[in-house]
Design a protein around this ligand. Structure first.
Ligand code: THU
Length: 134
C-alpha cells in the first residue's frame, strides 16, 4: 500500500470524527505488518481531557484485534499545515513499533514521512525506569 492510498483512507476515517467541542476532525489509517488497515477518528468528550485522538483509536482497534506490529500510519487533519501526532500518541505508538513510519498530511494532501524514532528519540519504558526487586 502506498502513502497516497493510506492517506485516502485517513481522509475517509476523518469524516467519522466526533468533535462537538473543537470542530477539528482528524483521521488516521494504520497499516499493520500483516497487511491490514485499521482506521480511527478523534472522539471528544464534554470532560475535555477524556478526548481520544484519531491515532490512538486506530492503534487500540488493531491491538484489540490481535495485531500489534505496525508498518505505517497516515494522519490527516483539517488545518493548512502538516498534522503531527501529539506526544501521547507517539508514546502509545512506541509501545508497539519504534520503527513505524509516520505520514503527516497537509490540507492539499502533500505529505511528509518520518520514523517514530525521529519524532520521539527517547521513549519512556518500564524496563529502564523501574528497579526490579530480585
Ligand atoms: N487530535 C487528534 O486526533 N490527533 C492529533 O494528533 C492531535 C489532536 C484531536 C484531539 C482533539 O479532538 C482535536 O484534535 C483538537 O485538539
Amino acid at each position: 500500500m502506498n502513502a497516497a492510498d493510506l492517506i485516502a483512507l485517513a481522509r475517509q476515517a476523518q469524516t467519522q470524527a466526533y468533535v462537538p467541542y473543537s470542530g477539528f476532525k482528524v483521521g488516521a489509517a494504520l497499516l499493520t505488518q500483516e497487511g491490514h488497515i485499521y482506521t480511527g477518528a478523534n472522539v471528544e468528550n464534554a470532560s475535555y481531557g477524556l478526548t481520544v485522538c484519531a491515532e490512538r483509536i486506530a492503534v487500540f482497534k488493531a491491538v484489540n484485534d490481535g495485531e500489534c506490529r505496525f508498518e505505517s500510519i497516515a494522519i490527516a487533519g483539517g488545518g493548512l499545515d502538516y498534522l503531527y501526532p501529539c506526544g501521547a500518541c507517539l508514546q502509545v505508538l512506541a509501545e508497539f513499533s519504534r520503527n513505524i513510519k509516520i505520514i503527516t498530511v497537509n490540507e492539499n494532501d502533500d505529505f511528509r514521512e518520518y520514523y517514530l524514532s525521529e519524532m520521539l528519540p527517547q521513549v519512556f519504558s518500564l524496563d529502564t525506569s523501574v528497579r526490579r526487586v530480585k
